[in-house]
Design a protein around this ligand. Structure first.
Ligand code: ADP
Ligand code: MG
Length: 233
């Protein structure tokens, strides 16, 4: 599903440059649930943003679902992004003046799905994340865990091939974090490929594979016996 070879990324800071990714090699198959770990500043978000086509690397190759992601113009990049990738962020990134169902329906709007169909699909995904009763509520009326569920429903509504989550539990207490991880595990059980950036070991253990970043390189990449979040909640 994802194939990355010798990826390098630097940021320009004034006249100098910061070499953040120094030759990343990774291959991720369909259906995997991968944790990307590493200390703060180790380049986790940088890597996820490149995988998510929100940023570009200056060296190396990136193949996503058989398509080499390279030199795409913005229109084409946006098309692939919408078709292949769903995003979940630590800070939820919901639109505050839109209700739960409107937030979930948004990617469908961009996919030009007709209004009625949009509403129906959005409701299906809200039901899937256990929030059908909250469809008319604004984000400000929801708890952190509920907001993250809405964000996950929104990401899924576009039916992406890969779900990319950058510290999805970073703003949540541990009980709520485990509930969100339980949902992520259920979605993965259905076959969705998911990457989760985290710096919490208990969250990483709920994935099936842990990739450890340090000083711009992958220093460890191992399969783990997945701990089920439902054992904790
Ligand atoms: P992590 O997510 O692991 O905490 P990041 O990928 O966000 O790390 O950042 C890696 C390094 O790159 C950090 O030193 C950070 O300060 C730097 N960095 C990230 N984004 C930018 C940017 N847009 N411009 C300059 N430096 C950046
Ligand atoms: Mg980060």
């Amino acid at each position: 599903m994802i194939e990355i070879k010798d990826l390098h990324k630097s940021y320009a800071i004034g006249k100098s440059s910061l070499h953040v990714l120094k030759g990343i090699n990774i291959s991720i198959k369909e259906g995997e649930l991968v944790a990307i770990m590493g200390s703060s500043g180790s380049g986790k978000s940088t890597l996820l943003n490149i995988l998510g086509m929100l940023d570009v690397a200056e060296e190396g190759t990136y193949t996503l679902d058989g398509v080499e992601i390279k030199d795409l113009n913005e229109t084409k990049a946006a098309k692939y992004r919408n078709k292949f990738l769903g995003f979940v962020f630590q800070s939820f990134n919901l639109i505050n003046y839109k209700t739960a169902i409107e937030n979930v329906a948004l990617p469908l709007y961009y996919q030009k799905v007709p209004r009625k169909e949009r509403h129906k699909k959005a409701m299906q995904y809200l039901t899937k994340v256990g929030l059908a009763d909250w469809s008319g509520h604004l984000p400000s009326e929801l708890s952190g865990g509920q907001k993250q569920r809405i964000a996950i429903a929104r990401a899924l509504a576009a039916q992406p091939k890969v779900l990319l989550a950058d510290e999805p539990t970073g703003a949540l207490d541990s009980t709520t974090s485990y509930e969100v991880m339980q949902l992520i595990q259920e979605i993965n059980d259905e076959g969705k490929t998911i990457l989760v950036v985290t710096h919490e070991d208990d969250i990483a253990q709920m994935c099936k594979r842990i990739v450890l970043l340090k000083d711009g390189l992958i220093i460890e990449d191992k399969e783990v016996n997945q701990i089920r979040a439902s054992d904790h909640v």
